[in-house]
Design a protein around this ligand. Structure first.
Ligand SMILES: [Mn+2]
Length: 232
């Protein structure tokens, strides 16, 4: 069952625990990934780490997509090996006390092209702009627009097919919906994701996603993992 979009202190604590475990998992996985491993191997390691470190389960099936497959926003992991020169997008979340977390990082293996770096920087700029803008009282479509304008103005608007984010609670997708049409107003103690992305068909994709608590003064970001480009 879905939880109320405005969370209690106790609910926020549980979600924060789940998000903190996600950060620990990401840092573990950075030391685990080696070129030649499959997307599925990485997804299996994420599941193992989360469930042996306090998670009751996973909030959703882990997304682990590399190379051309990183342009699939909801791609399932395959046996494809992760190669040097590719992006790898990891989207995952733990469940603790019945509450979900949700985070995404895109990392590079070995090296990036100039265009890969440029697209990464645009997504990061868009994500940081939305983080700066969001606070209680903001309309969801304005939050979405803050990030979207940066991507559109950089010339990649057609490659950003989804909304900025969503509420998270007992379900990983709850109200509010943050997209170009949503007139909902963000309120204190809503828990939302902020996750712009750019996906260039048959080339690569980038998404950066944090999980945040809305306050009267801004957001409290519960995901602390590095988002400046990591090249393993
Ligand atoms: Mn999400």
């Amino acid at each position: 069952m879905t939880s109320s979009s405005i969370k209690t202190e106790q609910e926020i604590q549980s979600i924060s625990k789940a998000a903190a475990l996600g950060d620990r998992c990401f840092s573990h996985i950075l030391g685990f990934i080696k070129p030649g491993m499959s997307e599925k191997q990485v997804a299996a390691e994420i599941k193992w780490f989360l469930t042996t470190n306090g998670a009751e389960g996973l909030a959703f099936d882990t997304i682990s997509v590399s190379g051309k497959r990183s342009c699939l926003p909801h791609g399932e992991p395959t046996n494809k090996p992760i190669e040097k020169g590719e992006f790898l997008t990891l989207d995952f979340g733990a469940v603790i006390d019945g509450y979900c977390a949700d985070m995404t990082r895109t990392i590079a293996i070995g090296s990036v092209t100039d265009e890969m770096r440029r697209v990464y920087e645009i997504v990061l700029e868009a994500q940081l702009a939305a983080i700066d803008y969001i606070k209680a009282g903001v309309r969801c479509f304005d939050a979405d627009k803050t990030a979207r304008d940066i991507i559109v103005n950089a010339g990649y608007g057609e490659y950003y097919p989804h909304g900025l984010g969503h509420g998270v609670g007992t379900l990983v997708h709850e109200a509010p919906t943050l997209n170009a049409k949503s007139e909902e107003i963000l309120e204190k103690n809503m828990v939302i994701t902020i996750e712009p992305g750019i996906y260039i068909p048959d080339q690569f994709g980038v998404r950066i996603e944090d999980l945040a608590i809305v306050t009267d003064f801004g957001i409290i970001n519960k995901v602390e993992s590095q988002k400046e480009l990591i090249i393993l």
